[in-house]
Design a protein around this ligand. Structure first.
Ligand SMILES: Nc1nc2c(ncn2[C@@H]2O[C@H](COP(=O)(O)OP(=O)(O)OP(=O)(O)O)[C@@H](O)[C@H]2O)c(=O)[nH]1
Ligand SMILES: [Mg+2]
Ligand SMILES: [Zn+2]
Length: 298
């Protein structure tokens, strides 16, 4: 029997084997051809591929990786439609610097982002996130995985997309996925009584299908975000859509909106147009990038 080529998407890779969902819906085990390694390409979950399915004693192989529209390095996944940043309205207290870094990570890697504010059932008002991020370019949803509030909106957000989830431990990423697709039965954890922080219940990443939504999600464990981006301090400003309205209005074209005179961004902050706290964290992140560069060049 002659092997035929089919198109599919890689769901996961384990020990040199890739599990590919073909256009026919079945999942096939394949190895990557040697030439990929020679070319320095490693197939990743999310990759669209042309492959030869296994037949009898002949193992399957990935023959071609179709061009990627984008990819995220940690964990390595390709062709992401959305980075869903999950935060908690209650406990654990939201780490806004982390949200900033994840927004930066998404923009840097050409992936659209959304912010999902979960556990809205545990607080009387949603806090500062909706206002602080109102102009950051990401849609913001207020949700409770527990009561079901906002879940229909979340389903619409996920429908038809390949979404990657990120956020602090114990904000409810796995619980939200279980709420939209109970058959997943993902393990969820609690907060440590001592520290009010999460326990990193989810420790690995694979693509999960959401039945009925034609959607796939990757529930990703934590990682060090800044380390996997090559951003110079002068470039940071380009990743803040809040600054776009006044771009070009600063006295100096090279203005990084820090200590320069006649800065239009600082003026907008003073006028309350750009949220002050988000700008203050921008300055901190800018400083972090400057220090990183100084260390790199000594
Ligand atoms: N009250 C309330 N509790 C929630 C909600 N969503 C999740 N939780 C609880 O928060 C805890 C942590 O949830 P997980 O889903 O394990 O959190 P996670 O983000 O997957 O955490 P890691 O896997 O450690 O990264 C669990 O005890 C959940 O029951 C919610 O909307 N409201
Ligand atoms: Mg989890
Ligand atoms: Zn400026």
């Amino acid at each position: 029997m002659e092997a035929k080529l089919i198109k599919g998407r890689i769901l996961k890779g384990i020990g040199g084997f890739y599990y590919i969902q073909g256009e026919d819906g079945d999942v096939y085990e394949c190895k990557a051809k040697g030439r990929f390694r020679k070319e320095g390409i490693k197939p990743a979950p999310g990759d669209k591929v042309i492959f030869t399915p296994p037949v009898q004693t002949q193992g399957g192989s990935i023959d071609e990786i179709l061009p990627r529209k984008n990819s995220l390095p940690r964990p390595m996944i390709a062709n992401i439609d959305l980075l869903m940043i999950v935060a908690s309205a209650g406990k654990p207290e939201a780490d806004l610097s982390l949200i900033d870094k994840l927004l930066l990570y998404a923009a840097y890697n050409h992936v659209p982002a959304a912010i999902v504010l979960n556990k809205i059932d545990t607080v009387e008002d949603a806090g500062t996130i909706p206002q602080e991020y109102s102009k950051c370019g990401a849609q913001i949803l207020q949700i409770s995985a527990k009561t079901g509030q906002g879940l229909d909106q979340l389903k619409e957000l996920l429908r038809g997309k390949f979404t990657c989830l990120a956020g602090q431990s114990a904000v409810g990423k796995s619980t939200l996925l279980n709420a939209v697709a109970p058959s997943l039965g993902l393990e969820t954890g609690g907060l440590s009584k001592k520290t009010d922080r999460g326990r990193h219940t989810t420790r690995h990443s694979e693509l999960l299908e959401l039945p009925g939504l034609d959607a796939v999600v990757a529930d990703t464990p934590g990682f060090s975000i800044l380390e996997c981006m090559d951003i110079e301090p002068e470039q940071l400003r380009e990743y803040y859509p809040e600054f776009a309205a006044v771009t070009g209005e600063c006295r100096f074209d090279s203005c990084v909106h820090d200590r320069e005179p006649q800065c239009a961004v600082k003026k907008s902050v003073a006028e309350g147009i750009i949220p002050e706290a988000r700008y203050t964290r921008y300055l901190k992140l800018l400083q972090e990038l400057i220090e990183r560069r100084e260390k790199r060049y000594v």
